[in-house]
Write a protein that binds this ligand. Structure first.
Ligand SMILES: Cc1cc2nc3c(=O)[nH]c(=O)nc-3n(C[C@H](O)[C@H](O)[C@H](O)COP(=O)(O)OP(=O)(O)OC[C@H]3O[C@@H](n4cnc5c(N)ncnc54)[C@H](O)[C@@H]3O)c2cc1C
Length: 432
């Protein structure tokens, strides 16, 4: 329900009389939460969104299911997940932590479920449910959401924000929330516009780079495994001299390499290791153990028993009892096993090589995929330049900065949207 009409072009550069208590730039999760919260306190709020519809990135979150928060209720443990910059989040999380977020959505008619690693999803498995709650929250409070409207810049007078520029006109407001997102997946509308405005306004911008992002590997045959997902594999990142990182998690084979939470969370570590590895001819390797709960000996004994139990069956069919067929095919190709091997004719050397492939499949890191594929980009406004009790800029009065615009490390698992809800909520309750 609009509270003010779009002004007709009047005097060049003037707003033609529009008056809002708050303008929010960007109708993503952080912007909509800020807008709805400000409106709930009685403020007149305008949201400006350059896309045709709000929440485009939210809709593709979590593979379309939207892992909307992480149900870690111990706030100290929660902020520890965000690395060295996480402490800044204690204040916003104490007002809109995961418990409050779950309650916010459930009380507005969106039941949820908690999956492994505390990941919270709407019970519908549809990110549309999350967006529906948010847009209803904003609209019920009387927020005007104006889509197809790209903001060109901020209007700042005497170190105070005074409004925004849209198509050479000014829309005035003494409070502005910048919620234009990071740089990951620019096709969703987050093209980094807000970073340019904030830099001009005197903020530091840590150069955004893809952070939670799939990796590209050298082995062309991964393409044949595209779409295969494995939960609970062990991923080891190695250089010639050292093990750089080891963690258990989910992986997904893609056209060019690997994705899935386990890989996304290691992407920056892998890229750092690659950029510091100076050994000629040896790249960083990502080693996958598909059976981490068994050591090599135990797995070999299990395989031996399986093979011995089926002397007449093809090795391929035997392996398919424990591994998906496309991976079996690739493993047998990698070890150059003849197609006609049966349980009775499998040489020990072939069995040992199969064990090696399934316990330590080596993939050679080539590069991170670009921002076009990233879930989150690192970089943005340093936490020191924002007052987290209000989310207001320490450089420009009346200006708030929220969501993916903040330079905070975020692992995969609902942690990124948790930042959006909390910072959006705090900005919305403090901005006017
Ligand atoms: C594939 C993918 C999967 C993800 N999955 C998850 C997940 O499961 N869980 C999780 O926690 N996080 C996930 N994320 C991250 C999460 O989606 C983001 O953290 C979140 O969307 C950021 O919200 P935001 O409001 O800060 O910015 P955005 O969602 O990026 O919204 C910014 C909005 O601002 C608009 N805008 C930009 N410039 C202008 C302008 N000049 N004028 C007007 N409007 C403008 C954009 O069009 C956009 O609508 C995922 C991200 C991706 C890409």
């Amino acid at each position: 329900m609009p509270k003010a009409e779009t002004a007709q072009p009047g005097e060049p550069g003037s707003s033609g009389g529009e008056a809002y208590d708050l303008i929010v730039v960007g109708a993503g999760p952080a912007g909509l939460m800020a807008a709805g919260t400000a409106a709930a306190t009685g403020s007149r709020v305008l949201v400006l969104e350059k896309n045709r519809d709000p929440g485009r990135k939210l809709l593709i979150s979590g593979g379309g299911r939207c892992n909307f928060t992480n149900a870690e209720f111990d706030l100290h443990r929660l902020v520890a997940k965000y690395g060295s910059t996480g402490k800044a989040l204690l204040s916003p999380f104490s007002r809109m932590g995961p418990a409050e977020v779950l309650e916010f959505f459930e009380s507005r008619g969106m039941p949820y479920k908690i999956e492994d690693e505390n990941r919270a999803f709407p019970r519908s498995d549809a990110s549309r449910s999350v967006l529906a709650v948010l847009t209803a929250y904003a609209r019920d409070g009387g927020v005007e959401i104006r889509t197809n409207t790209a903001v060109d810049g901020l209007v700042i007078e005497n170190e105070r924000v005074a409004g925004v520029r849209v198509a050479s006109r000014t829309i005035r407001s003494a409070a502005v929330v910048v919620a234009t997102g990071g740089l990951a997946r620019p096709d969703t509308g987050s093209t980094g516009d807000g970073f340019l405005w904030l830099e001009r306004a005197g903020h530091t911008i840590v150069r955004p780079a893809p952070a939670l992002v799939p990796i590209v590997v050298e082995e062309p045959w991964v393409e044949r495994l595209q779409g295969l997902a494995f939960s609970d594999v062990r991923i080891t990142v190695r250089t010639p001299d050292a093990v750089i990182a080891k963690r258990d998690g989910k992986i997904l084979f893609t056209h060019f390499g690997l994705s899935g939470p386990g890989i996304l969370n290691l992407a920056s570590t892998i890229a750092d290791a690659a950029s510091s590895d100076r050994t000629p001819g040896w790249n960083v390797q990502v080693v996958i153990d598909f059976f981490p709960s068994e050591d090599d000996g135990a797995f070999d004994r299990r395989l031996l028993a399986l093979i011995a139990a089926h002397p007449l069956r093809k090795l391929r069919t035997i392996l398919e009892e424990i591994v998906p067929p496309r991976l079996v095919q690739q493993v047998l190709t990698n070890v150059a096993a003849p197609d006609d091997l049966t349980g009775a004719t499998v040489p020990k050397v072939v069995r040992k090589k199969v064990v090696q492939e399934l316990k330590a499949l080596r993939l050679t890191f080539r590069a991170l995929q670009s921002e076009d594929w990233a879930v989150v980009s690192s970089g943005g406004v340093p936490v020191e330049e924002v007052e987290f009790r209000t989310m207001q800029s320490k450089r420009v009065s009346g200006l708030s900065i929220v969501g993916d615009m903040l330079h905070i490390d975020r692992p995969s698992g609902g942690y990124s949207l948790q930042i959006c809800w909390a910072t959006g909520y705090v900005a919305g309750s403090s901005a006017c």
